[in-house]
Design a protein around this ligand. Structure first.
Ligand code: ADQ
Length: 489
């Protein structure tokens, strides 16, 4: 395709994810307000100048009427977003059910739901049927907007069926799929009733990507051990068709964080925080409130540290910022109460009339407030029980170039593979070990902090989200070239 001035058009990239980077709220019959969320994926793709990205996904709202669908589609088009309309029943069965009740816990090694949890969301079979139906609805929209030469990049565990649906429409479509969560050991994946159908659906893609080499290896083992296909150094082969499988560790837009530290509003927050916590070391946790993030384990380790080191009781504070998610799911409600109970107990036990050791906030912070917090922190605590990558650890490092704070990082986060040499790695299940790591971090000599920080800062600034996206899409474009060469020889 060429433009009128003779220069080739930028390649179009159709990014398909369960949620659009925009949330729509209805204001009237035909009026909408759109709230843009600048998540990691959005900033990754904004920085990629080679491609012209379009987004396809659900806008997070049920729009049953035709007028609403038409007006919302028009408004979203201005933001290069294309909506997929899912009704309430599909969302309940596909999103709350199969995605969040089955795949999410399974991929994080929490196992399949027990009968009582299943009963509340109807049967596994009907959730799986809704999952396939929803994936087909995404495929219909992609197919409607696809033009020859486009590349299609599908994201995450919500859309494992999508590559298959797309290739059924058009076998020449270039399709990539990337998983943001861990892919578990094949022995875990084996327990899933629809294990083979899902793997085969993903394998329809030309390129399948994971954050780490281990997840890629687990996926290939699942294909060989469960489906009986052949694993090769390149990926998985099925009757002469190769699906390339590889690791593409995500990064962040580190410049965005570094630049934010110069903004007066951030500096004002920094000053306030420094005054507020003068004379105390600041420890920080920032997580979505999810069982995979190991928040209770983190707080219990902090309690153990205070118990064993009374000297520190009035000299350190733990700020735990936990954004509530999936608040309608009973497990998440239970987790919230559990965390509140533990925090209350510890503050009652170690607090004084003027200060408490833990500040726990159940909410999201805006970008500037978050950057300010990262920059005043002495020790960041990431204790995920499993985590695909964990971008909070990257964001903390990006904001620490003047302070050189210490990162305590779970060995079960993908980030442990990239920031492991600079962080103190811990097993979050071992509270004694985490408590000891807190002591080590708070007492670490400046020279060692500098060395560890330098390692991590270089990694975070040299492996950005933009590079991640560019490398994935350029590999996707290259898939099939070897096979074409073989055929023409
Ligand atoms: P998440 O599980 O959401 O992502 P993470 O990678 O840590 O986890 O990203 C969370 C993002 O939300 C960060 O950008 C962070 O700044 C923001 N955030 C968290 N708590 C916040 C708060 N209280 N206020 C404001 N912002 C907050 C999934 C996978 C991860 C994987 C990413 C990207 O579970 O393992 O790293 O996708 O692939």
């Amino acid at each position: 395709r060429e433009r009128f001035d003779g220069r080739p058009n930028r390649q179009r990239l159709l990014v398909v994810a369960n949620r659009l980077p925009v949330s729509a709220v209805r204001r009237g019959e035909d009026s909408w307000s759109l709230d843009i969320s600048a998540g990691g994926l959005v900033s990754a793709l904004l920085g990629v100048k080679e491609f012209e990205a379009r987004w396809i996904g659900w806008a997070g709202v049920n729009v049953p009427d035709e007028i609403g669908q038409k007006t919302l589609t028009k408004e979203l088009a201005e933001k290069r977003c294309i909506p997929v309309f899912l009704d309430e029943e599909v969302v309940h069965q596909y999103y709350n059910g199969y995605c969040n009740n089955i795949l999410w816990p399974l991929f994080h090694y929490l196992g399949l739901p027990q009968e009582d949890r299943l009963a509340t969301t109807r049967s596994f079979q009907s959730q799986f049927a809704a999952y396939k139906k929803a994936n087909q609805m995404f495929a219909d929209v992609v197919n409607k907007h696809y033009e020859d030469g486009d590349v299609v990049w599908c994201h995450d565990y919500h859309l494992m069926f999508l590559p298959k649906c797309l290739k059924e429409y058009n076998s020449k479509m270039k399709v990539g799929w990337f998983l943001h969560t861990p892919f578990p050991s094949s022995e875990i994946h084996r327990t899933l009733p629809s294990r083979t159908e899902l793997l085969r659906a993903v394998l329809a893609a030309d390129l399948v990507g994971f954050h780490t080499y281990d997840y890629a290896r687990h996926f290939v083992s699942a294909c060989t051990r469960i489906v009986g296909l052949e694993g090769t150094p390149e990926g998985v082969e099925d009757q002469g068709k190769l699906t390339r499988v590889a690791a593409f560790p995500i990064g962040i837009d580190s410049d965005r964080f570094i630049r934010a530290l110069e903004v007066p509003e951030v500096q004002k927050h920094v000053k306030e925080l420094k005054e507020r916590f003068a004379g105390r070391k600041v420890m920080l946790g920032v997580d979505r409130l999810d069982m995979i993030k190991g928040i209770p384990q983190k707080i219990l380790a902090f309690e153990k540290f205070l118990e064993e080191n009374p000297y520190w009781c009035d000299k350190v504070v733990l700020l735990q910022i936990a954004v509530p998610t999936r608040t309608d799911v009973p497990e998440y409600q239970k987790l919230t109460s559990q965390v509140h109970e533990i925090v209350g107990r510890i503050n009652g036990r170690f607090g004084t009339l003027t200060a408490v050791p833990i500040h726990h906030l159940d909410r999201s912070l805006d970008f500037y407030a978050l950057c300010a917090l990262y920059s005043v922190t002495d020790v960041a605590l990431v204790t995920s029980l499993r985590d695909g990558m964990n971008l909070v650890s990257y964001e903390f490092v990006a904001c620490q170039d003047s302070k050189r704070g210490v990162l305590i990082l779970s060995e079960f986060a993908g980030a442990a593979q990239s920031l492991g040499a600079g962080a103190i790695l811990v097993n979050p299940w071992n509270i004694t070990e985490v408590a000891a790591a807190i002591g080590q971090a708070l007492n670490m000599p400046a020279e060692e902090r500098e060395k560890r920080h330098r390692h991590n800062f270089e990694h975070v600034t040299n492996h950005t989200a933009q590079q991640w996206a560019e490398i994935f899409v350029s590999e996707l474009n290259d898939t099939g070239i070897e096979a074409e060469k073989r055929i023409s020889q």
